[in-house]
Design a protein around this ligand. Structure first.
Ligand SMILES: [Zn+2]
Length: 246
């Protein structure tokens, strides 16, 4: 009969395998990582160029609106010329008109500069999109390949999930809840293997917790080995086990 300790050791292994499989399914496989990174970088560049083009177009529209407003004011001042009565009023009005004309000139320059920026960004965007096409197609092909591989990976994951359920059913409930608490607290490490340390010369042997390095008494190692006792590490409280090779 399998001891509960062996069962929870197997359960921890299966749970880790399950987590890996699930992460693999929801992520990008290793063989696609490089292309995925390239694809993401180029996509980000294109998005940045789109934002640049949009910002420039917006600047241009804003400058054009201001030009329209200024021209309205100009028209208004020009209509007032026939109404002025004194040389002083005339001079002040001319000054206003000059001011508005100067601002129209500078706004026109702004609008033109924004237009140039928009055109440049648009051109870069066209080139970037052109260059991206091949990479994008390759990426789509690899994604398709990965989609085709997924059912097999999913089947493996389902099998491991089945193993996890079988193992859980075999663990006595109080031990299972203790295991679950530790597994959650230590994010996937409810159990710790005992490590054997051999001092220089090979005479003195000592043991420690493989997770936190706290010392493990030799008697504990014997009890676990011979009876499969459930003993926790004095320091981190993980359940200790002896690896086959130890
Ligand atoms: Zn420990």
């Amino acid at each position: 009969m399998t001891q509960p300790l062996q069962t929870i050791v197997a359960l921890q292994d299966a749970l880790r395998q399950l987590a890996q499989g699930e992460a693999r399914l929801s992520g990008i496989p290793d063989w696609m990582q490089e292309l995925h990174a390239q694809h993401a970088a180029r996509s980000a560049e294109i998005a940045a160029l789109e934002a640049q083009a949009e910002a420039a177009a917006k600047d241009r529209r804003a400058a054009e609106h201001q030009i329209e407003d200024a021209q309205e004011r100009l028209k208004h001042y020009q209509q007032q010329i026939s109404l002025v009565r004194t040389q002083r009023e005339y001079g002040a009005l001319l000054q206003e008109i000059d001011g508005v004309k100067a601002s129209v000139k500078s706004l026109e320059e702004q609008a033109f500069a924004a237009l140039e920026r928009a055109e440049k960004a648009q051109q870069q965007l066209t080139e970037a999109r052109e260059a991206f096409r091949e990479l994008d197609a390759r990426y789509a092909a690899e994604l398709e390949k990965w989609e085709a591989e997924k059912p097999a990976v999913r089947a493996d994951v389902d099998q491991v999930r089945g193993t996890v359920n079988d193992l859980r059913a075999r663990v006595p409930p109080p031990l299972l809840s203790r295991f679950n608490r530790l597994f959650e607290r230590y994010r996937g490490s409810a159990l710790a293997p005992i490590r054997k340390l051999v001092a220089r010369g090979g005479v003195m042997e000592s043991w420690s917790c493989g997770a936190c390095n706290y010392r493990v008494r030799p008697q504990v190692v014997v009890e676990i080995r011979t009876q499969g006792s459930l003993i926790e590490c004095d320091s981190c409280k993980r359940i200790l086990f002896v690896e086959e090779t130890t």
